[in-house]
Design a protein around this ligand. Structure first.
Ligand SMILES: Nc1ncnc2c1ncn2[C@@H]1O[C@H](COP(=O)(O)OP(=O)(O)OP(=O)(O)O)[C@@H](O)[C@H]1O
Ligand SMILES: [Mg+2]
Length: 254
């Protein structure tokens, strides 16, 4: 879940897509790579944010010494590797390490067989931490607000991803664009058209502004674990269907 622009809904979409995939019966691992630890809080694990070492940073610095399995916390809907306050040093620490962009890839390779899907929430900037997520997953979902500033942020993001692909000899697939926090305005309608025209091959999902999403965050779950229903569940389930199809997660009858 990547967009270097802040506050566009990366964490909200990440938690609720993970919740939808769990609702569909998949085993999900959620990795909160953002030093802000918003997803850690939104999954009810805020107390782990100040946990003593070993933390996610230690694992990224020394994948041979600390496994992600050592850091996993269970949540009713998914397994979670929480962020930690010391992830604030991740950018500077990893930039001094050889192959600092490939540490998450090494860590996930060791445990990916235990899960159907791994969702990684990125911080709102491009650099070593986001590179780790993109190189490890080779996929991206881009939440963006339906407003004009999103044009430039998407152009910058896709240029950046293109350069990263060349540097690391990987193909990073844009799985989805998520227009988030949509309100009914002409500006939003215009931007939704722009999204469709700018990225015609990438499916566009439309998430409206809903207080139920904020209440679920405050409760430490996705909207799928709560009694209060929201019409946006359908959209997250459609995204889960797309993930199932893209990665052939459904068992094909013999
Ligand atoms: N569809 C929505 N409806 C209502 N509120 C939303 C919606 N999406 C996000 N929000 C709210 O907007 C704020 C920013 O969302 P969120 O934290 O998911 O963005 P982010 O891109 O992860 O931010 P950051 O860049 O800081 O990591 C939060 O307060 C969240 O509750
Ligand atoms: Mg966030």
């Amino acid at each position: 879940m990547t967009n270097q622009k802040g506050g566009v809904g990366k964490t909200t979409v990440a938690i609720n897509l993970a919740g939808a995939l769990n609702d569909r019966g998949h085993d999900v691992l959620f990795v909160d790579l953002d030093p802000q630890g918003n997803a850690t809080e939104g999954l009810g694990l805020l107390e782990t944010y100040d946990a003593q070492p070993p933390t996610l940073l230690d694992a990224l610095v020394e994948p041979s010494a600390v496994s992600l399995a050592d850091l996993v916390h269970s949540h009713p809907e998914m397994d979670v590797v929480p962020s930690n306050v010391d992830m604030n040093a991740a950018e500077s620490t990893l930039s001094q390490e050889p192959d600092g962009e490939t540490r998450l890839d090494t860590l996930l390779s060791a445990i990916e067989a235990d899960y159907d899907v791994i969702v990684v929430d990125c911080p709102p900037y491009l650099g070593m931490v986001t590179d780790n997520a993109l190189v490890a997953t080779e996929n991206l979902v881009v939440p963006a607000l339906a407003e004009p500033t999103s044009k430039r942020s998407l152009e910058l993001l896709f240029d950046y991803v293109g350069a990263l692909e060349l540097d690391h000899d990987v193909e990073i697939d844009p799985l989805a664009l998520v227009a988030n926090r949509i309100e009914t305005t002409r500006e939003a309608d215009h931007m939704l058209e722009w999204f469709e025209e700018a990225l015609p091959d990438v499916p566009l999902y439309r998430i409206r502004k809903r207080v139920a999403l904020q209440r679920a965050f405050a409760d430490g779950t996705s909207v799928f674990a709560r009694e209060e229903e929201t019409d946006m569940q359908t959209v997250f389930l459609e995204m889960a269907d797309m993930i199932e199809a893209a990665f052939e997660l459904k068992e094909v009858p013999a």
